[in-house]
Ligand binder design. Structure first.
Ligand code: GTP
Length: 438
């Protein structure tokens, strides 16, 4: 059924794209920000995280359809899709909702008929929670050159960090993937999975099908303690075979099998790559996307001046006093007010917030409709650019390097907030450091 003749419909799109957006039970590490907005719609560098994915997909000429697959409510992406459809008229965008978390491969498989409609030859799959330059055209080139079944985007990280990710052992000459192990117990490679894939449609669905068959024949050998859904679907007495067999992850269940074929290749990016997992990781993602926009001379950014240290994004509806100094790596949201003499650096200030005169905001995220008082200081700790973590050890305690104020928080005049995560609706009237304020 899935052996599609190639190029049967020359006028139809031969590459489709899927963005895996997850659902409300995901993104818990993104709290408190995900309490008020679904992580894929959180704005970095002036745009929702998934907008950056769409922008990259738009550079691939033959994509006519992008499918967001997740298990958020149907209404969540409605306005985003409406706006994106105007900006990206070259493709149709739709959201397909899983009835429950099916895993990164289970979701693809569940919607295989919709994905295979129009007989695309290739399927791009992007994890929504990554920030990178998405070199999709280069991946397509490698795919064609090698007549590949699959191409994965890889990047090098420090040896100490590698085992936190999916690790790829490859032939450096042919770029063939020899082994793939998700979060191995010991070091096998520092080339890691970026969460961006290109699959031949005629291969990926049969590969998922085989994994489902294996699962069905020996279900108890496979369990995933990190996921509530998966756990509950494997407890004794759960006899809904068809439902539980659809819960599959690309990383654990599919990629290592693909490495057994001789047609799985890796494109190694030398450009930036970060995961957007914790709320604090939005700050390095914001910086990286702003720097990229600055290099591309984007007109969305502010021109450099005595008070603007690029890159800086200011929403057209924000009001920034000309004596305030902003940048580098600052995004100011809609209707924000920044007072005289304020200083903002390496930070995201979300919609409707106010930074009063002479306040200082550094390495921080200021939540929607929050207020930072006059002469107040809200600050985190800079982390090395090469770091893939946003937590640091302070006085023997693990704390967030980025200070985060949730929605509608208030910081009093002259109050200092350092390395804190503050839940929504809190008023900070005294100095605080290294705390989670609940
Ligand atoms: P770890 O990285 O292993 O800690 O897990 P995670 O849940 O943070 O991320 P994971 O690698 O599982 O998810 C990668 C991407 O797929 C993210 O953008 C998730 O939102 C998305 N995702 C995860 N599980 C599902 C799922 O069941 N269905 C869909 N549609 N997307 C998912």
């Amino acid at each position: 059924m899935l052996q599609l003749p190639l190029r049967e419909h020359p006028n139809q799109s031969s590459t489709k794209a899927v963005i895996l957006v997850g659902g409300p039970s995901r993104g818990t590490r993104f709290r408190p920000l995900s309490l008020d907005v679904p992580k894929p719609l959180f704005e970095v560098a002036g745009h929702p995280i998934i907008h950056h994915c769409l922008k990259a997909i738009a550079k691939v000429n033959d994509v006519r359809e992008v499918i967001l697959v997740g298990y958020y409510d149907e209404t969540v992406f409605r306005d985003f899709i409406k706006d994106a459809a105007k900006e990206f008229p070259q493709f149709r965008i739709q959201y397909l909702r899983e009835y429950t978390a099916l895993g990164t491969a289970g979701g693809l498989y569940h919607f295989r008929d919709a994905i295979l409609k129009g007989k695309p030859e290739r399927l791009l799959v992007l994890n929504a929670d990554v920030c990178c330059s998405f070199p999709l055209v280069e991946m397509l080139r490698l795919f064609e050159e090698k007549d590949a079944e699959a191409v994965i985007l890889g990047t090098r990280v420090g040896n100490d960090a590698a085992t936190n990710f999916g690790c790829i052992v490859s032939d450096s000459h042919t770029k063939r993937v020899l082994h793939y192990v998700e979060k191995p117990e010991s070091h096998i490679s520092n080339l890691i999975n970026c969460g961006v894939y290109l699959f031949a449609t005629e291969c990926i669905f049969p590969a998922i099908r085989s994994a489902i068959k294996r699962r069905t024949t020996r279900p108890r050998l496979l369990s995933y303690p990190s996921s509530d859904n998966l756990e509950s679907s494997f407890v004794a007495g759960d006899d809904d075979e068809s439902e539980r067999s659809e819960v599959l992850r690309l990383e654990q269940d599919i990629l290592s099998d693909l490495a057994d074929s001789n047609r799985f290749f890796v494109h190694e990016t030398k450009d930036f790559w970060r995961q957007i997992k914790s709320a604090g990781s939005a700050v390095p993602a914001n910086a990286l996307y702003l720097q990229k926009a600055f290099q591309a001379q984007s007109e969305e950014l502010m021109p450099p001046s005595a008070t603007i240290v690029p890159p800086v994004f200011i929403h057209p509806t924000a009001t920034v006093d000309p004596t305030a100094k902003l940048g580098p790596n600052v995004s100011i949201g809609a209707r924000v007010v920044v007072g005289a003499g304020a200083r903002i650096k390496d930070s995201i200030v979300l919609e409707d917030s106010e930074i009063r005169h002479d306040a200082c905001v550094m390495h921080s995220i200021i939540g929607w409709s929050s207020r930072v008082g006059a002469w107040a200081r809200v600050e985190g700790t800079p982390i090395p650019i090469s770091s893939h973590s946003t937590s640091i050890i302070k006085q023997g305690v693990k704390v967030q390097s980025i200070t985060i104020l949730g929605k509608e928080c208030g910081v009093g005049d002259e109050v200092r907030v350092q390395n804190c995560v503050c839940l929504p609706y809190k008023e900070l009237k005294r100095d605080v450091a290294n705390e989670v304020i609940m």
